[in-house]
Design a protein. Structure first.
Length: 437
């Protein structure tokens, strides 16, 4: 069958391939250099130079911007007038972005920086904030040129009159490039980051996405799992028809390969496979405790794929000790030796995303002659489906009956439904909760 994948950068960049170009899973499709958008915290007490901390009511009075407002670098966000004829003190945004939150109790303003407009150099007016002469900036500095600093780290401090302690913290992460005694500033250079997107599958470029990436077309097989972790990986497919994979069943042959296991896998086996250079694991099931052992922590979010592990793991049936269904295992075992691409990204909330495995035909040259399979095909008796949500999530069954019109469920909802055979039991399930496999 013909498959198409859109490969996009997270930030605008440069597309490095041409239309109709042959690509492989590790081919770099596009690249972007960008600056990380750091969260910037501004202390109103510090910026406005007040002797007594601002009260929540005073914070409301001095703020000229509100939560949700967009600000640009050095734009005034708060203003305080000292007395009727006194000077006016201002607090300025240290970055371009959006005001995420204003803490009235702590007099803090949180700015979510727009990474697309982040400046490589950030200049902090240390002497002005501390109220000291510019030529004394180095004396009060807590850092030196060349030091690496993190956002929130103190750059300079000063004990003023009546032991009033004042300090200036770094709004960003980077390297101290210059401490200037003429202007009284500290300049921080932020590190450029590089984002690359690779083809992920073997195929041809059939469309370009200017500044973002490309569309890759391939011939092969694709299927989804019920749960996965880790990012993306690819390699030669190696199949093991074993009920439970233990560490002693793994050797150096998994280096650079994607390992398919008919049964379940232990956490120690996953750790060993990762240490030997395995590029991905596809298994029938995985006990939850073994997944926690592999990751080193429990998962508490509805989105996976961003874990700090370099090997994706895809579960095809569910948690526990369940063997992979026959049809899928036949596909994997018969494809041993071919290149498999694995993505563990899973989202179990609204807009569900399932982990996927793609086995592309590396020898296929004519991709455009293959006809795309029809999509949105209606369910019919005898069709094998997987329950996509609800109390029977992850279970696989066969459609035995189609209901005319809508079916009224016990909770009063009326929806299009079908009857599904699960082993010896039958259940009526809404069509929107099913996915054909």
């Amino acid at each position: 069958m013909s498959l198409r994948k859109e490969r996009r950068l997270p930030y605008p960049g440069t597309v490095l391939v041409q239309e109709d170009e042959r690509v492989w899973p590790d081919t770099v499709i596009a690249r972007a250099e960008y600056l990380r958008g750091d969260p910037v915290i501004i202390s109103l007490n510090q910026e406005l130079g007040v002797k007594e901390p601002l009260t929540p009511e005073q914070v409301d009075e001095v703020m000229v911007k509100k939560a949700g407002d967009r600000v640009v670098g050095q734009e005034i966000i708060a203003r305080l007038k000292l007395g009727f004829f006194g000077e006016v003190k201002t607090a300025k945004a240290r970055a371009t972005g959006y005001i995420e939150y204003i803490s009235r109790l702590q007099a803090l303003v949180f700015i979510r920086e727009d990474a697309r407009e982040a400046e490589p150099l950030v200049v902090i007016p240390v002497a002005e904030v501390l109220g000291v002469p510019a030529h004394d900036t180095r004396h009060y500095a807590r850092v030196r040129e060349g030091d690496q600093v993190r956002a929130g780290q103190p750059l300079a401090a000063h004990t003023g009159a009546l032991f009033h302690y004042k300090f200036v913290s770094s709004p960003v992460t980077g390297e101290v490039e210059k401490i200037c005694g003429h202007s009284g500033t500290v300049t921080i250079r932020r590190q450029n980051l590089v984002a690359e997107v690779r083809a992920f599958i073997s195929g041809r470029v059939v469309g370009l996405l200017p500044g973002e990436g490309a569309v890759i077309e391939a011939v092969g097989q694709r299927f989804e799992g019920v749960f996965g972790v880790g990012g993306e990986g690819w390699g030669r497919l190696e199949a093991r028809s074993i009920e439970g994979l233990a560490p002693e069943d793994i050797d150096e042959r998994v280096n650079g390969s994607v390992l398919a296991v008919a049964g379940w896998v232990s956490g120690d086996a996953l750790i060993k496979a990762l240490s030997l250079g395995c590029q991905g694991v596809v298994c029938g099931s995985l006990p939850e405790a073994e997944l926690v052992r592999f990751l080193g922590r429990e998962l508490r979010v509805g989105l996976t794929g961003v874990e700090d592990v370099a090997m994706p793991v895809v579960i095809t049936e569910g948690f526990g000790r369940v063997t992979m269904r026959d049809g899928l295992w036949e596909l994997l075992s018969s494809s041993a030796g071919q290149t498999a691409s694995v993505c563990g990204l899973t989202q179990i909330r609204a807009g569900a995303i399932r982990p996927e495995v793609i086995i592309a035909d590396d020898s296929q040259e004519s991709y455009r002659e293959v006809v795309q399979p029809p999509t949105g095909q209606a369910l019919e008796p005898g069709q094998v489906v997987r329950v996509d949500r609800g109390p029977w999530f992850g279970r696989i069954g066969t459609v035995t009956r189609l209901f005319d019109g809508v079916h009224r469920f016990a909770n009063g909802c009326e929806e299009k439904a079908v009857e599904i055979q699960f082993g010896q039991e039958r259940r009526v399930i809404a069509v929107r909760n099913l996915r054909a496999i």
